[in-house]
Design a protein around this ligand. Structure first.
Ligand SMILES: Nc1ncnc2c1ncn2[C@@H]1O[C@H](COP(=O)(O)OP(=O)(O)OP(=O)(O)O)[C@@H](O)[C@H]1O
Ligand SMILES: [Mg+2]
Length: 129
């Protein structure tokens, strides 16, 4: 059973895609890895073009949730590159992930604006035992 890892921050330009594609590269060297591009900008899709990585686009929140869960049967790592918002797509990604990475630029306003993302992650935590 694979692990789902989301890369999220409601603020734009914080390094989500950079983090997701570097993680994709590293995880692909360890084991089977899929990147799901959940951002309409499709930056990570463009980054993998012409390269030998597994990547799918999915921007419907319900379908994203199902796809990520289903693909844990086929991949050891499923990485989701989220859009710069705390909308339904990001919420679905956070909800189905075991781990959420939140890249934050080192500035006071950036750290402040990441608080709502952290708050949402905390409120999404579900006890499974
Ligand atoms: N660790 C880093 N150090 C310096 N620059 C970085 C770092 N990570 C990313 N960048 C640069 O910051 C810019 C934004 O990066 P990136 O596209 O990964 O952010 P993003 O959060 O995915 O943006 P968006 O919210 O638009 O999807 C790019 O120019 C990228 O090269
Ligand atoms: Mg991005």
């Amino acid at each position: 059973m694979g692990k789902v890892i989301a890369v999220a921050n409601q603020k734009g330009g914080t390094g989500k895609t950079s983090c997701a594609v570097h993680l994709l590269h590293w995880c692909s060297q360890q084991s089977s890895t899929l990147l799901i591009d959940a951002d309409s900008q499709e930056s990570s899709t463009r980054w993998v073009q012409g390269r030998d990585y597994n990547c799918q686009i999915e921007r419907n929140p319900d379908d994203l949730f199902e796809l990520a869960q289903d693909q844990t049967d086929n991949y050891q790592y499923v990485i989701i590159d989220c859009p710069a918002s705390l909308g339904e797509v990001t919420k679905a990604a956070i909800y189905c992930s075991e781990l959420v990475l939140v890249p934050v630029q080192p500035g006071v306003l950036d750290v402040d604006s990441a608080r709502s993302t952290f708050r949402h992650i905390h409120s999404s935590q579900v006890k499974t035992e």
